[in-house]
Design a protein. Sequence first.
Length: 468
Amino acid sequence: GNKGAVSIRFNIYGCSVCLVNSHLTAHEHLLADRINDYNTIIKQHQYHVGETTNILYHDYVIWLGDLNFRTDHPAGSSPTSEEIVAQLQKIEKDKYAPLLSHDQLIAVMDSGEAFSEFTEHDIRFPPTYKFTIGGDEYDIRRKPSWTDRILYKVNANNYENVTLRADVLSYNHIPHYTVSDHKPVVAQVNIKIRAGKSLMVDPIPPVASNIRLRSLVIPATVNEVTISSAIESKMDSQKVVNAMPTLPDSPTLHDSPTNELSTDETDVPNDGSVAMKVALFNALDAGTVKAFSNYTEKTVEFAPITRIWYIGDADFRTQCTLSPDIKVNDNDWIGIYDANFHNLDDYIAYEYLAKVSIPQGPTYTGQPRTVTLSFPVGSGVRTPGFYRFIYFSQPNNDVRSVLGISEPFEVSSREDSLVVIDPCEQAAGSSSPARSKPSTATTDIFTDFTGLDVAKLSRHFSNDLSID
């Protein structure tokens, strides 16, 4: 009843990524059930994006969780729990190869029965299951096993002119975690992606230079991100994506025997922004940084909102820019959220795009489109604070995609004298929804919002409570 898998897929600057977190069937003798679990997940997890309808079709796949494979090789005799513990006490310098030769996951990967498409970094940590809860001793009623794993798959040649790559920086367990009979496992992986480009900023004009091109001028460079994945028992996971610095749009390559990117002072443009950043990726793919082909990115960028949205304003307007490949659907909508929202279901208000967008003149094919949004009285929020717009694309009832999120903006009441707070600082520095507070005592806060639904109003203050 507690077994299964959840998956999420997304595109990041043109690369498709799929994350799968699974809890497979337990017990040593049920290896066949674990194999069946894997094949069922692969078959049943389908996505609406045409190029990546299946887990394995993505550029990058990271599969993590309590996979439940045990130290009990299906094709031969395996050590007992006592023998495994005795061997672990003799192991030096994290050399677990003798015990891993009995690992069921490695066996089925080698035989092609399950997970054969995936790669696992070298294991240099002891078995993560089964421990006595609250301690560091193995519970020998079960064979100590590497049940908690992180695997990855790279479709390296999905693009004509670049080879994708994933580099595992670390793969380890967290031994001091004692509230479970498992020890969590964490991996840090660098993946190669394409650098992003804003729709709101005019392209940087090419820099005049006497450098001769060796192979190509790069219209869009390759970047890398770090994905940190942590496993805990019962399918808990943490996934963090941190983008590295964005590279310039059109660096040039030296015509030198080594194919190195030039950082010579005479080759650096006046703004000093190109050559030194490009050097960060020197020697990638034999010294050549290459662009993705046929790349499109569906994004919506909201213009910075510098004015305050006063409650009751007759017509609050802002703009957003849609990339050329976005098809506007009848059900596309704009949600208004607390600046520090935690769940896409927690919108404060929403309006369909068709209702708030002002008709535009003819647009040129292949060019970004700027849409003016006009919010009439009653369509916005009724509580002072800091909020964000989110653009949702909804082609049908089964698919909902976030295409853009605005920076925080302020909503205020004209009747109150408000303390001026920087919205970005407020959004970053507090776990509760940011609010401009009236100069009156906080005990009068509900008086200031007479007539509002108290249940709805409480949502703006609930995060201020600390409950142990």
